[in-house]
Design a protein around this ligand. Sequence first.
Ligand code: ADP
Ligand code: MG
Length: 408
Amino acid sequence: DGVVYSELRWPCKSRVMLLVNPQSGRGQALQYFYGHIEAMLTEALVPYTLVITEHQNHARALVREADLTQWGALVILSGDGLLFEVVNGLLEREDWEEAIQTPLGILPAGSGNALAASLHHYTGFDPVWGEELLLSCGFLLCKGLLSRLDLVSIHLASGRRIFSFLSLAWGFVADVDIESERYRHVGAMRFMVGTLVRLASLRVYQGRLAFLPVRDAPASSDLHPSLCSSLPAGLDSSLNQNSCESMNLNRNTARNSSNNAITTMLAESQPSKQKGPSDSLLPDLDQPVPGHWDVVKGEDFILVLAMLQSNLSQDLLAAPEATADDGLIHLFYVRAGISRPALLRLFLAMEKGAHLSIDCPHLVYEKVRAFRLEPRSSEGAITVDGEQVEYGPLQGQIHEGIARLISG
Ligand code: ADP
Ligand code: MG
């Protein structure tokens, strides 16, 4: 059924569900697994079950239905898109509050490996790429330290709500994200190629942007004690003792999960049944933003980019100061009027995270807890964690440290 089991015969209290997207990046995820990861996990005595995804939203349905008492961690070997599915699947569950505390891990095998690059950045080591980044993240996984992970809940015009761990982009960056899909075969280089192509046909994007700056947000220091424990000790408490059995997947569970997807959609249309944390900082999308929010003057943008992690890609260190659990949305925007060479300089400087120190008058950086974006033009692209979402007005707010991430 496309699901492969690979079990370590090791007495254990919890297993890792290792979700692999065989299509991610240049289609080498399984090669990476057998070439590097299998040996690392075996040597580190990390018990795991390999699950190969068969289609988009497969991982999302799986984690929505999974018996999480059986799993010590959910780890993806793919690009950021597969973790986006996992995070959203967890927050669509009835028991979302516990479910979202399942440790999450990432091993880069996609063309967009921004979270993996961010994790490596947080270790303080010099940047690495490709298979070296994979090894670095494999090492972090075997080490098994946990930290908190912030998420942003994003309300879309349709009333749908999604959760992001990485980024929201509109304008230049979103267009590059989407257009560069056609350069997938060049792997992580696709964003650089896409950037150069888009620079040649630079355009202005009209819309309104408002945000809740950090200085006006309620204090969040009492929200979460910092958490740092290690696997498996940190996992034992929440897991039952007999969790060594392999996962039992069959066509039946697949069918159940698609029925459940429909049930979930129905449930989501009734606000009282909404799963996931409530968004205390956000008014309804059709109401004006609160008076203490900042509204950006001017409606002509080149890009708007909200970052939760440091890296936008392996090569772009967009928010050098960001950490996984700082409780901040790092909001960037570039105003229209910037020249092509200046924009190129900005992206080149971003490779080293130096774009904030080149005194570009068109670039603005704000640390915020919530934001609202209302594009004016009827068509365009918005991406969340590198995945295209419905286009239209949207708003988001931070949920500090509600998830857990296996990190250095
Ligand atoms: P990349 O960084 O290469 O884009 P991602 O992990 O982001 O890799 O995956 C790209 C897309 O593929 C995501 O939208 C994901 O949901 C989807 N996907 C996951 N598994 C499969 C599969 N087996 N076949 C096709 N697409 C898949
Ligand atoms: Mg992707």
